[in-house]
Write a protein that binds this ligand. Sequence first.
Ligand code: ADP
Ligand code: MG
Length: 602
Amino acid sequence: MPIRRLPETVVNRIAAGEVVERPASAVKELVENSLDAGASRIEITLTDGGRTLIAVTDDGCGMDDGELALAVERHATSKLPDDDLRHIATLGFRGEALPSIGAVARLTVTSRPAGGACAWAIRVEGGRLAPVRPAAHPPGTRIEVRDLFFATPARLNFLKSRPTEVAHTVDAVSRLAMARPAVSFSLSEDARTLLSLPSAGIEGDDARLQRLSAVMGREFSANALAISAEREGIRLFGHAGLPTLHRRTSTHQYLFVNRRPVRDRLLHGAVRAAYHDLIAHDRHPLLALFLDVPADLVDVNVHPMKTEVRFRDAALVRGLIVGALKQALAAAGHRAASSAVSAPWTGSHGASGRGAWRPIPPPSLSTDSLTLALDAGFGVRGLAEDAAPFARGHGVSQPSAPTPDSDDAIPPLGFARAQVHATYIVAQTADGMVIVDQHAAHERLVHERLKAALASGGVTRQGLLLPEVVELDSTAIGRLTARLAELAELGLILEPFGPGAVVVREVPAVLGDLDVAGLIRDLAEDLATLDEATALRDRLANVCATMACHGSVRAGRRLAVDEMNALLRAMEATPHSGQCSHGRPTWVELKRADIEKLFGRR
Ligand code: ADP
Ligand code: MG
């Protein structure tokens, strides 16, 4: 076959494959253009998730008729004045977005420059160009993309469901908006408002935090530390969440390079290194970090979508991020411990808000002792007899109980003195007192024990004296029976029992006395929210939370003192026991000196 030059339309369709993957990528390109045009207001509307219509309207610099004609041409850009790819200051520079979109959809660009006498419009449909004609439009630009991918049906077939495509678009716009707090953004689909982000005022720390709060949630801004550092001309700033605020995935970790949202593995690695000792390994903190990098130290021309970058010195950037995060986190630990602010994990101000209650890091005992302590049988029936030498047998406060002579003998979480509201254990430590949320602590122990057991191939089960029949609807039964093997791995042995029930024969020993029916119903509900491809062990924290809710150490259950002490000892021996699986602390400490301060003795 002879070699031939491809026609422009085909070239553009090929390029479009890399630039415009889905409605979200078209929106991203158009919003980037609006930002590059200096817009202060950007309005995005979608119809049918963006398949039928994407419209982006801005109040930016606009284009006159000559510029319009060029704008839809391939490799035509106003953003590279001097052919130098080392000094890119704009989001765009490849001159590919408009021609690509025009090649695969019906594109109309209507624009009017500031001070222009009238507006102009140009249309490109599936690569076919119509001449520029006069139009009516205020200063700024409106771009309409209709019937995306009508000219490339193969791509059309790859689009996901409408909600999925909309979610991608919300994400893309949110990312761009996080780096431009002064610009107001709105995104709606049909009549539904998906994002409404008014300008946060003049750009700066306050505006940025306000915008981050609007996008990532108030919880984030209330629990975030300001980050600021500089090394060799590279500046790092932004906000990082406290370790007690975290999610199941790293999708809420945002990185911006010269205000361009990027996806870089470097970020997640650096974050993991910085939070290493502070957060459970399967949880991820939230953060938004901004790098200002001199243009010649970073290459953004890596991929047509421009979401990847190459740093000239990646190790330097990584070191900068890890160092700044660690420093901020260390300073925060100190601050939380010394100032009279409320504990940082809630952001709320309860009765203890003004006091000196504070989280202290979980005791760092070795994992080797994990099995040992748990095998002492906490939560099951027999509880370690020797675990409660001081207050055995009393479920009530013993204010005058003797203090042990030697402080060395007192374990880190102390000895249980009382249970309050059938929910909290109060323990006396060597130099203060500790309050434990018994349910949160138990949940963490269940989690850690099952995790360890899964890793070593077997969860200890306990046979039920009387197998329990649990009635359920057929969908719930279907969900459970589809996962019998997985449940067995977690220590739950059950089988279908007639048309409307399952029979439960064995349960994980760690749960102790158990509300079996409640557990099975809740698990069936959990399974409904899981897609079938997700393994239960990948959702272990959730499964354990559900299990612990029905185990023997629920909130509201009275514990004997030796049960309490057994729980304290097991916590000391368990990694991550300072936080429950949802990241809330499982215990807080009040030092003796703090108590004295409260009473004005100091
Ligand atoms: P690039 O952004 O890489 O330059 P595009 O194809 O996205 O390439 O856009 C081509 C040109 O069209 C831009 O360089 C810019 O001059 C002009 N343009 C596109 N969108 C707008 C807009 N919303 N406002 C003003 N000018 C625009
Ligand atoms: Mg562009």
